[in-house]
Design a binder for this molecule. Structure first.
Ligand code: ACO
Length: 325
């Protein structure tokens, strides 16, 4: 089996910033509540004429340039997203065309906040088996398009953005182990009810605001802490490592309190936990992706470091990944 590593990273965050003060004018909330309950200070919001593929494309171009890889040489494109431009074709197909990556196979993965780790794991299998030489993996979301801006329980949490990485065979380091999980029995805790084949768009679904995401945050909070802790323990065990080996944990950025609770259970000190939630909120599949990209760009992750990705979201799904950088 070939070793597979990340050889280039990129991100795109739309320039428009929506602050907690802005939200105070929209719903009955306060900067104090949002900051203390979630750690979020602001989030990015894409333009009306920007779709998820536009964000994905910008992150992809930066990652390809960083990896010094021509789009024509790409074998595989996977986009993790729950906010595709449209039901079909996939965002990955749209990105493939925009990049003129004519020979790349392309598809989307729907695994919410764990989507980026699911996609990394799939790409790794293809390359390690020798089916493909390289892959572009993108986590991209325009969550503002499915956020109910009248619901204070959810609208303060989410934002838009994209993170991307290029994977190739490497001589040393790379992805050491991945661990994925799913529990469909709790799907009602977080979903977007209408717009699919169960409840196609109609006047009734629009009036009932069923085209916006619904979340029982309180229940999810407890499950998130437990599940992310277990996923981290399992993936490290698979890697033959323990927490003292980890240089940086890069968790999904849903809530700073969830992240700190997971860190505490794992016995990781604050300087080993990467946080950028205060700037971007929860961007689902784009959160772990952009957090990884920013940790690398800021020099918090250096060559030879052991990085632990850990994520959890709607499905319910979760994933963790150990990488030697
Ligand atoms: N401003 C002010 N008050 C608010 C707001 C707000 N924006 N939102 C809720 N409240 C109120 C509630 O109405 C409630 O009031 P009440 O006690 O009078 O009924 C009170 O604050 C407490 O509400 P809780 O929901 O219990 O607050 P909690 O501390 O649990 O925080 C939160 C809510 C931030 C959503 C948290 O539960 C959370 O982060 N959950 C996990 C989310 C998650 O991990 N999701 C999965 C990944 S996302 C994905 O896959 C796309």
């Amino acid at each position: 089996m070939r070793k597979v590593g990340i050889t280039g990273v990129g991100e795109y965050l739309p320039p428009r910033v929506l602050t907690n003060a802005d939200l105070e004018k929209m719903v009955d909330t306060s900067d104090e509540w949002i900051t203390t309950r979630t750690g979020i200070k602001e989030r990015r919001i894409a333009c009306a004429n920007e779709a998820t593929s536009d964000l994905a494309l910008k992150a992809a171009k930066e990652a390809l340039a960083d990896a010094r890889l021509n789009p024509e040489e790409l074998d595989l494109i996977i986009v993790a997203t729950i906010t595709p431009d449209m039901q079909f074709p996939s965002v990955a197909s749209i990105v493939q065309n925009a990049l003129r990556a004519k020979t790349a196979v392309a598809f989307d993965v729907s695994a919410a906040c764990a989507g980026f780790i699911y996609a990394l794991s799939i790409a790794q299998q293809f390359i390690s088996l020798g089916t493909y030489r390289n892959a572009l993996v993108i986590g991209a979301e325009k969550l503002s398009s499915v956020t109910d801006w009248q619901d204070r329980n959810t609208c303060v949490l989410f934002g838009d953005g994209a993170g991307a990485c290029v994977l190739k065979e490497v001589k040393t380091g790379g992805i050491i182990s991945t661990y994925l999980g799913c529990d469909g029995s709790n799907m009602e805790l977080l979903n977007l009810p209408a717009g699919g084949s169960r409840l196609p768009a109609s006047q009734v679904t629009v009036e009932a605001r069923q085209h916006f995401l619904k979340m029982q945050g309180n229940e999810l909070f407890k499950i998130a802490v437990r599940t992310m802790t277990e996923a981290a323990e399992k993936v490290l065990k698979q890697a033959g490592m323990d927490f003292s080996d980890v240089d940086m944990i890069i968790p999904h950025q849903a809530n700073a309190r969830i992240i700190m609770a997971v860190g505490k259970r794992l016995g990781l000190s604050g300087d080993k936990i990467f946080l950028n939630i205060e700037k971007y909120g929860n961007m689902s599949s784009a959160s772990t992706a952009t957090a990884l990209v920013e940790a690398v760009k800021e020099g918090r992750v250096k060559k030879g470091d052991i990085v632990l990705l850990d994520s959890f979201g709607a499905g319910l799904v979760w994933g963790a990944c150990v990488i030697e950088w």
